[in-house]
Design a protein around this ligand. Structure first.
Ligand SMILES: *Cc1c(COP(=O)(O)O)cnc(C)c1O
Length: 420
């Protein structure tokens, strides 16, 4: 794999350094694996549930039971798990449109949400059918300089129209801390003390199975996520899930299909088995990916780069942010990750204007599922302060190879030297 002897000796040091952290990650993966198996058993998952339906998909038992299994895993009243969600953004938008009505306000208390949601929120009468276009107002409260929720500002911002409180668990493309489930639980208590009937929504993308609990276990009303991230286990070909209070999940289902139809109709397009199998594998695969993130953080920190989270920090998502000092380093890093892929290692990613993003983005994604980011992938918006975001790896060995190839590519291009 063209990794120098020098880097391989550094690898030995890093492995020793992270051993204790790895044990914690494996413990979480094991418990979550058991939790998922328990949910399968509870709902008597059988071979016939994996069969494909056609047309309306009436009485598709596989679809119905999959919803129930997800609800059990997330300890939620209900869930909606479908291949018809085209992406995480679509899933989140469906949840928000499901519960918000004209005149209501959506208030994000963890700063501005993920880039692709800005157009969902929209601007005044943009004609796109955005939330704003439908008369749903929006506000957000920036995090404090310490990365905490600014409670004084939240109290001021909440008003009689505030219907949904938005929380983003993962850092997304921001240099900020991700919020643990425990922290999210505290947020729920505080906003409900201010306004008991508010609906708390959590964008759970990248968070699933990184901790022992999920946001729905700390009184969050509604969560959404993507199946080409954590809960799809790298196997689900596409799709998303929504889970939470039954009323809200039903409303989201009416939005996904049509009022009166909801989640009771819909052929699963032959994806059901992959969605079950992916969920089964997800806790273990997420554990492998998290271990890869911790390894990458420790590796680049050893060379003087700042990373977030630090390798010793407890994890609540997959994303590892590493701060570089130039666009060249970012590009070398991402291209190096691509070189480690089993798929498309021979192509070289370049920055491009991706739909939904506000800066050119370079992405390494040598994946089996297009854009699947529980698989080893790296993204970097080409803007200061030159931060690369790396995530995933269906196996730890692959995630580690990605970090090493990224570093080797930087060394080969003379962008850093390693002397020790
Ligand atoms: C990935 C992600 C999204 C959007 O998902 P897409 O599948 O890219 O549309 C939203 N929020 C967060 C935090 C994410 O990580």
């Amino acid at each position: 794999m063209n990794i120098s002897a020098q880097l391989m000796s550094l690898d030995q040091q890093i492995e020793q350094k992270i051993a204790e952290q790895v044990r914690r990650i494996e413990h979480i993966a094991e418990r979550n694996q058991w939790k998922v198996i328990e949910a399968f058993q509870e709902h008597h998952v059988s071979d016939y549930h994996f069969a494909a339906s056609t047309g309306y998909g009436y009485n598709d038992r596989g679809r119905e039971v999959l919803d129930e299994v997800y609800a059990s895993v997330f300890k939620a009243e209900a869930a909606l798990v479908r291949p018809h969600f085209v992406s995480g953004t679509h899933t989140i938008a469906t949840a928000l449109f499901g519960v918000l009505r004209p005149g209501d306000e959506l208030l994000y208390i963890t700063g501005k949400p993920y880039d692709t949601l800005h157009k969902v929120i929209g601007s005044e009468q943009d004609g796109t059918g955005s939330l704003r276009d439908w008369g749903v107002t929006y506000n957000d409260v920036a995090l404090t300089s310490e990365g905490e929720v600014d409670w004084d500002a939240v109290e001021k911002a909440m008003n009689s129209n505030t219907k949904v409180i938005g929380i983003q668990r993962s850092r997304g493309y921001d240099w900020r801390k991700s919020f643990t489930v425990e922290q999210i639980g505290d947020m729920v208590k505080r906003v409900k003390a201010i306004k008991p009937d508010v609906i708390v929504f959590v964008d759970n993308c990248y968070g699933e199975f990184t901790e022992l609990m999920e946001p729905t276990e700390v009184d969050v009303d509604l969560i959404a996520g993507s199946l080409i991230k954590n809960p799809g286990g790298g196997i689900a070909p596409t799709g998303g899930y929504i889970a939470g209070k039954k009323t809200y999940v039903d409303q989201a289902a009416y939005r996904l299909t049509a009022p009166g139809i909801g989640g009771e109709v819909g052929s699963m397009l032959g994806a059901t088995r992959a969605m079950y199998q992916g969920l089964f594998l997800a806790p273990t695969t997420v554990g492998q990916a998290v271990r890869g993130s911790v390894y990458a953080a420790a590796l680049f920190e050893a060379l003087g780069y700042e990373s977030s989270p630090h390798w010793t920090s407890p994890r609540t998502d997959l994303i590892q942010a590493i701060r570089f000092t130039s666009a060249e380093q970012l590009i070398a890093f991402v291209q190096g990750v691509q070189k480690a892929s089993a798929v498309d290692a021979h192509v070289v990613p370049e920055p491009w204007d991706m739909p939904g993003y506000e800066h050119p983005v370079i992405m390494a994604a040598g994946t089996f599922i297009q854009g699947g980011s529980l698989e080893l992938s790296a993204d970097a918006p080409i803007r200061e302060p030159y931060i690369a975001y790396m995530q995933g790896g269906l196996t730890y060995a692959h995630a580690k190879l990605g970090a090493l190839q990224a570093l080797q590519t930087m060394v080969d291009r003379g962008l850093l030297s390693i002397d020790f």
